[in-house]
Design a binder for this molecule. Structure first.
Ligand SMILES: *Cc1c(COP(=O)(O)O)cnc(C)c1O
Length: 330
């Protein structure tokens, strides 16, 4: 029995789980299943909501009335925090890295609609992110408020619980369909989904390979970040759990030009999957990971693991697609 910490009911779960029959047939390889974590909500959709169920429970338990978090201009995580903060009656302050011009479209538009306070920082200023968090926390303390800081992507030992719980949900999906997938595939950016799924599979005794596709940074970065988050989880919640066997498996081959910037092949993949399966991928995360998975299936990389089934966790990101609609060429 796993002892989950306090949790708010914010995500629409369990999310749907089913095979992509047409795509699998077209590829002629393993059967590809999809876990629809893009359906955890309407505007609050995506993987961040699962983490925020635990993070925001902790914020409320600590008596906080303000949330501070950070990310890129089109951060899905920041948008989820902005909307959930409004839902819970909390003030939200977003520290956004000016990685692109801050046009009020996609996620940023929703941040504004949700009434979040937004500070934009140059790439240079953003390097001092920890200091910015401290300064704003002190600023709110001086106003008699109590601010809860959520790290970028909600990825830490607490947010990780969201994907430990998701792994439990997946184990029920697998039982229901009587499958034992060779791999669980997903996009990784701040590593909380990755660390949570890896640990969740161990805790729920799911015998599979968690295979992450990076959308920024290299594989070594994710090895370190996953390890750090796992150690934080262990020291906070479960010193008796052995995490020594958990080693991140990250592909950094499909990042493309930069974080948030995808090549033509990713947009082609997005169009193909939308038309063939009615699934909308995004150019920042899921499109890159899905494209990488298909390339690697074609190269035979998944045949090293036993099993005829592969699971793709759709982590959301729809509003990021609308922010880049000019790239679709219609
Ligand atoms: C944040 C995000 C990811 C990556 O999840 P991390 O836990 O930050 O690694 C993947 N897909 C989408 C759509 C996201 O918004």
């Amino acid at each position: 029995m796993i002892n989950y910490p306090e949790r708010l009911n914010l995500a629409q779960t369990p999310t749907p789980f089913y095979p992509l029959e047409r795509l699998s047939k077209q590829l002629g390889g393993p059967r590809i299943w999809i876990k629809r974590d893009d359906l955890t909500g309407a505007a609050t959709s995506g993987n961040k909501v699962r983490k925020l169920e635990f993070l925001l429970a902790e914020a409320l338990a600590k008596g906080c009335d303000t949330l501070i978090t950070s990310g890129g201009v089109q951060s899905n995580h920041c948008r989820s925090v902005a909307l959930l903060g409004a839902q819970l009656g909390l003030k939200v302050h977003l520290l956004l890295r000016a990685d692109i011009e801050p046009k009020p479209v996609g996620n940023l538009l929703l941040d504004q609609l949700a009434g979040a306070t937004i500070s934009h920082y140059s790439l240079d200023e953003y390097r001092g992110l920890n200091k910015l968090f401290n300064q704003w926390q002190e600023h709110y303390a001086a106003l008699g408020r109590k601010a809860y800081a959520i790290p970028t992507g909600g990825s830490n030992g607490t947010g990780m619980w969201g994907y430990i719980a998701a792994a439990e949900e997946l184990s029920q999906d697998f039982q229901r369909h009587a499958i034992s997938p060779a791999a669980i595939v997903h996009a990784t950016g701040s590593a909380g989904t990755q660390a949570g799924l890896m640990l969740g599979c161990q805790l729920h005794q799911i015998n599979t390979q968690v295979k992450a596709y990076a959308v920024c940074d290299n594989a070594e970065y994710f090895t370190r970040k996953v390890r750090g988050d796992l150690e934080q989880w262990q020291s906070h919640y479960s010193p008796q759990t052995d995490i020594s066997g958990l080693v991140a498996d990250t592909s950094d081959e499909y990042i493309g030009p930069a974080y948030g910037v995808a090549g033509e092949e990713v947009f082609e993949c997005i169009k193909e999957v939308a038309a063939l399966e009615g699934i909308l991928l995004d150019p920042v995360y899921t499109g890159k990971a899905f494209f990488g998975m298909i390339e690697d299936i074609k190269k035979g990389k998944f045949s090293q693991w036993d099993g005829d089934d592969i699971v793709f966790v759709h982590t959301g990101g729809l509003f990021g697609l609308f922010a880049q609609q000019h790239r679709l060429g219609y």
